[in-house]
Ligand binder design. Structure first.
Ligand code: ADP
Ligand code: IOM
Length: 342
C-alpha cells in the first residue's frame, strides 16, 4: 500500500495525524490477529467525512500503532501517553437533582457504555466463529436476569424487517448498513450473530456485536438522569459477574473506536432547543464549554429535526463515569437556562 493521497475532503483525525513518516514506520506491521495499518485506516480512507477514521482490531493495535493512535487520542480526549484512566461507578457521587422544567425540554435520556470481551480480538478482526461465541456468552448471561432488568434476546435473524425498522425508528436498535462500520469490517457476515436484548419496557437494552461486542444501554422518557445512570450501573455489575471485559490501566475499557476508550460512556438527552438552534455559534460555544457533543436525532452522522438534538458528553477517557454524566447534566442545565432566556 502506498501513502494515501488525502484531499481537502478528508476531515478525520486519522488523515490529520497520518504523516508519511508514521505511515512508512507502521505500514508493514501486523498484530497477532493479523490486523494491519491498512485495515485500521480503511474506514477513514473510504469515508472522508469520518470524524476519527481509524479503528483498532485488538488491544494490541493501540500499542503497535501507537505513533498514530496516541496523537488522535491526545487530540480527542486531551489524554497523554503516560496518563492513567480512572473509574467511578458510585451513583451517589453524581450531583444531578431533577432539573426544574426538565420535561418541557428533555424528551428522553440514554446512557450507554461499550464493552468487549477480554479473551477476544475486537470487532474489526473477529472471525465468524468468535462472533458466534460472543453472542452465545452474552445472550445466555443476559437471559438469566431477574427483576426490572429481566428480558429477552432477539437475534437480528429472528426479527422481521418490520420489527427491526420499528426498533430503529424508536431509537432502540442500531441502524443497518452503516458505511463507516462497513469499511472497518465491522459489518462482516451481517446480520449473523448480531442482536438486541431488552427488558419488557425497553429501559434496559444490550446490543450484541455492533461497533463493540456489547453496548449496554439504559434509557427512558424524560430527564431523570440519575435513575438512568443507576440502572446502567446495576446492569454492568451483573454482567461483570459472568464475563471479563478488556481493560487497561492506561486506556480504560478497550473499544474498537478510540473515541470510546476509557469509560466507553455516552450519556445523552434528546432535547428541544429550537431557539438556540437559530444561533449555532452560541449553541456550540456552550457545548464546548461543558465538553458536550451535538448529534442529530438519529444518532451519529445524522441531522437534527424540529429543533431536537442529541446532546452528550464528549470526554470519555481520563475522566470517570460519574464525571461523564456530570458533564452532560451540567451542560444540559446551562443549555436549558439559555434557551429559556431567549
Ligand atoms: P451510540 O450512542 O451507541 O454511540 P448512536 O449515536 O448511533 O450510537 O445512537 C444510537 C441510537 O440511540 C440512535 O437511534 C439515537 O437516536 C438513539 N439515542 C441516543 N441518545 C438518545 C436519547 N437520549 N434518547 C433516545 N434515543 C437516543
Ligand atoms: N465511533 C465511530 N462510529 N465514529 C467516531 C466514526 C467516525 O466518524 O470516524
Amino acid at each position: 500500500m502506498n501513502y494515501p493521497e488525502f484531499t481537502s475532503e478528508h476531515k478525520s483525525l486519522m488523515s490529520k495525524h497520518l504523516s508519511k513518516e508514521i505511515f512508512d514506520k507502521l505500514k508493514t506491521k501486523q498484530t497477532s490477529n493479523n490486523y494491519t495499518l491498512q485495515m485500521a485506516i480503511n474506514s477513514g480512507l473510504k469515508n472522508p467525512d469520518s470524524g476519527i477514521g481509524i479503528y483498532a482490531g485488538d488491544k494490541e493495535s493501540y500499542e503497535l500503532y501507537q505513533d498514530l493512535f496516541d496523537p488522535i487520542i491526545k487530540e480527542y480526549h486531551n489524554f497523554n501517553t503516560n496518563d492513567k484512566h480512572q473509574s467511578n461507578l458510585n451513583v451517589n457521587d453524581l450531583k444531578a437533582p431533577l432539573l426544574k422544567d426538565a420535561d418541557d425540554f428533555i424528551i428522553s435520556t440514554r446512557i450507554r457504555v461499550g464493552r468487549n470481551l477480554d479473551q477476544m480480538p475486537l470487532g474489526p478482526s473477529i472471525s465468524d466463529k468468535q462472533r458466534n461465541e460472543i453472542e452465545n456468552i452474552v445472550s445466555s448471561s443476559l437471559n438469566k436476569l431477574e427483576g426490572d432488568l429481566k428480558g429477552k434476546y432477539f437475534s437480528l435473524n429472528n426479527l422481521s424487517k418490520e420489527d427491526r425498522d420499528s426498533l430503529i425508528k424508536d431509537h432502540f436498535l442500531f441502524k443497518e448498513g452503516d458505511r463507516f462500520l462497513e469499511a472497518a469490517s465491522l459489518n462482516n457476515s451481517w446480520p449473523e450473530n448480531r442482536g438486541i436484548f431488552h427488558n419488557v419496557n425497553k429501559t434496559f437494552l444490550v446490543w450484541i456485536n455492533e461497533e463493540d461486542q456489547l453496548r449496554i444501554i439504559s434509557m427512558q422518557k424524560g430527564g431523570d438522569i440519575k435513575e438512568v445512570f443507576e440502572r446502567l450501573i446495576n446492569a454492568i455489575k451483573f454482567l461483570e459477574k459472568s464475563m471479563s471485559f478488556s481493560f487497561s490501566s492506561h486506556l480504560g475499557y478497550i473499544t474498537s473506536c478510540p473515541t470510546n476508550l476509557g469509560t466507553a460512556m455516552r450519556a445523552s438527552v434528546h432535547i428541544k432547543l429550537p431557539k438556540l438552534a437559530n444561533d449555532m455559534n452560541k449553541f456550540e460555544n456552550i457545548c464546548d464549554k461543558y465538553f458536550l457533543q451535538i448529534r442529530g436525532i438519529n444518532g451519529e452522522h445524522s441531522e437534527s429535526e424540529g429543533g431536537i438534538y442529541d446532546i452528550s458528553n464528549k470526554r470519555r477517557l481520563g475522566v470517570s463515569e460519574v464525571q461523564c454524566v456530570q458533564d452532560m447534566y451540567d451542560g444540559v442545565k446551562a443549555l436549558i437556562e439559555v434557551e429559556k432566556s431567549l
